[in-house]
Design a protein around this ligand. Structure first.
Ligand code: GAR
Length: 201
């Protein structure tokens, strides 16, 4: 059983999808902690409700805006909780070298588009769906990938396509991408990576 640490910044619906699928889809891992870079993240409530330990580490207020210090502190917490794999579930901050080195090939991110479209710096949350609509694509989706030093540039693990519909707003498109893609491929990806680390594949 692999120990999973989740990093969040906001609503935490992807965290909820993982919590709900523990034991059914996610069988080779267990969420052991949730860390947020914002104390207002609703995802913290979701974690508490599920009995999962939480911690808040803020880049500015706790680390003087220093990316390396921020990264060191997250890394220290993950190690303290004996985390094997880290999942970024709507985590909107960039971190630095230490975490990447310590958890190389063990950090997963979910991005709300079909990478390499609409990704990279500044492309997060609703901005991604605004960009997809303003470009006029008819198909978008979500991607899970390993995290490396290139923003949204690590090896792709899973993707799922979602149709754009007439009259979509960034909000309606975001919701459909979550429902049809993100909440499915993230738990499936987590299971795949945990099982592989467990030597089952
Ligand atoms: C999700 O759509 C996730 O894919 C996206 O933020 C949202 C978080 O929602 N992540 C990124 O844009 C990362 N670049 P949630 O907090 O409800 O899971």
């Amino acid at each position: 059983m692999k120990r999973i640490g989740v990093l969040i910044s906001g609503g935490g619906t992807n965290l909820q999808a993982m919590i709900d699928k523990q034991g059914s889809v996610i069988k080779s891992g267990k969420i052991v902690c949730v860390c947020s870079n914002s104390q207002d993240a609703y995802g913290l409530e979701r974690a508490k409700r599920a009995g999962i330990p939480t911690k808040v580490i803020r880049k500015n207020a706790d680390c003087g805006g220093d990316t390396e210090e921020f990264s060191r502190r997250i890394c220290a917490y993950m190690k303290e909780m004996q985390v094997d794999i880290i999942v970024l579930a709507g985590f909107m901050a960039i971190f630095g070298g230490e975490l990447l080195r310590e958890y190389s090939n063990r950090i997963i991110n979910i991005h709300p588009s079909l990478i390499p479209s609409f990704c990279g710096k500044g492309m997060y949350g609703l901005h991604v769906h605004e960009a997809a609509l303003s470009y006029g694509v008819k198909v978008t989706g979500a991607t899970t990938h390993f995290v490396n030093e290139v923003v949204d540039g690590g090896k792709i693990i899973m993707q799922k396509a979602v149709y754009v519909e007439e009259g979509d707003t960034p909000e309606t498109l975001q919701r459909r991408v979550m429902e049809q893609a993100e909440w499915n491929i993230l738990p499936e990806t987590v299971e795949k990576v945990c099982a592989a680390l467990d030597g089952k594949e």
